[in-house]
Design a binder for this molecule. Sequence first.
Ligand SMILES: Nc1ncnc2c1ncn2[C@@H]1O[C@H](COP(=O)(O)OP(=O)(O)OP(=O)(O)O)[C@@H](O)[C@H]1O
Ligand SMILES: [Mg+2]
Length: 573
Amino acid sequence: MIIREFLMRHWPLYGLGITLLIITDLLSILIPRTIGRAIDIIGGNGDVTDSLWFLATIAATMAVLRFFYRECIMGTTRRLEYFLRNQIFRQALYLPMSIYDEAGPGKLMALTVNDVTSVRVAVGLGIMLLVDAGIMGVVSFTMMFRSIDPTLTLVSVLPLPLVFIATAVLGRVVHERFRRVQEKFSVLTEFTQELFGGVKVVKAFGAEEILTARFADVNRDNMTANLALAEIQAVYIPITHVAPLTCYALALGFGGRLIIENRISVGDLAAFTGYLGLIIWPVMGLGYLINIVQRGRASWLRIRDFLTILPYENRSEVGDSSTPLILNGDIELRDLTFQYPLASVPSLRGISLRIPAGSTVGIVGRTGSGKTTLLRLLLRLYPVPDGKIFMSGEDINRLGFVRLRSAIGYVPQDAALFSATIGENITFGQPYDRQAVRDAARLAVVREDIDARAEGFASRLGEKGTRLSGGQQQRVAVARALIRRPALLLLDDVFSALDYRTQAELIDNLHEIEAGRTTLIVSQRVAAVKHAPIILVMDEGKIAEMGTHDELIDAGGLYYRLYEQQLAAGEVS
Ligand SMILES: Nc1ncnc2c1ncn2[C@@H]1O[C@H](COP(=O)(O)OP(=O)(O)OP(=O)(O)O)[C@@H](O)[C@H]1O
Ligand SMILES: [Mg+2]
């Protein structure tokens, strides 16, 4: 798998880091003993210069080693973090839309941000604590037990198991409450972000006070969670500070007696307290370590599950057909029924239809009748059953995503622009030249609007394309689709925010470029579709009527009624 690839490449550096860490830990164990000996030498009025040099050498070596092992371990974990984020992001973009319907962007955000961080902490800080606990704990204990005094050792470490249990139990509660704090905080940020984003609606509906009150609730939840955390920490932190003192007190009390009885030297006791210091922290940190490792493991499993979801959209897929097929926009639907993964009823029912290459199809129908769904399926944004949709005579499930989508120009119902310049929104990462961009904008009837701006095509848009009017956003989205010169153009309600003159101009331009291109125009407006040789009228997921404008008028059905209403309103002639 991809992770294995990463480990193979970075394992040597990481392994080196751990080796250096082990050496550092072993060196630090020499310190208490050396100090103890030095104290005894001083007690005997001897010369401690050698001991001092030795200590200085150890300290210097450890400083250098520390630098390198941190570089190796932390460097690897930062690279791992970078690597995982890239993998998750890419995977998220290649999953079908239903993932977004189900989990929402929030879950993907949590995966990319929180889970990756937990994994990094586990393989970085976690592994360092683990090695510390192992080496320092075991070796120091052995030194104390074997080379100083077994009874003194056992007496002094007596509180440690209790401390361990207490910190492990409390640590769990701390962790639980900490998670709550994070949860509440993310609710707070989401709430704030969403409302600041929709502030115009808040103002227009005079909802300032209501929402301020609701915010106060969310804010209070956040505070309560933080207070609960502070409370448990107020217990936890003193315990972790009192515990070592108890150990030292026992060591001094009992060790003092041993000195008086001449069973150990003053230097031995000094060395002993040094070792005790090396043991206490890893033991107290054990609860924390277990926590870090558990959290890292849970996050890792989530990431692994996510990364191993078989990408529905195979990124290297070029299509199964042995002969490359140039899509010409010829479409056939055979009894297509489709239900969204989370829906309880189908959104499309038994649609059968043949659209010859190069034709223009108008699609009307009341809201919720399945128009957008039909376009989404032509793009395979959702899994399409086999044998239902054919393009240029080939099942679209066998065309490959790259080939299928590069043949399609799609303008979604919400323009879906991004925070970049207008020009960048139109080219969308492709290397089109300036003239192509201007031409596309002209065809989309938005060039004059753009030229009228001080910075023209270089004007930056805000998030989701703000700083343009709704109709301008729609037309920039049309330009983004037209510049690709697609064989199949899918326009989802792109006239909804346009005045009639602009609409007529855009329709004229679409005619101009229609030659050889299949165009599907979804609209509520008869004026936008009446010229189309085929008009579909959708109703409750079915094709209710189909024909030319004149035929449908004669039939006197849904289309006729729609026409009549718009005629009365003077919207169509
Ligand atoms: N992602 C989704 N998950 C579940 N159901 C959905 C989803 N998107 C749309 N639907 C449902 O599918 C049906 C058809 O929706 P669709 O968006 O295709 O309608 P539409 O004809 O484009 O309507 P409008 O004119 O309002 O854009 C609706 O009942 C809608 O509630
Ligand atoms: Mg729609």
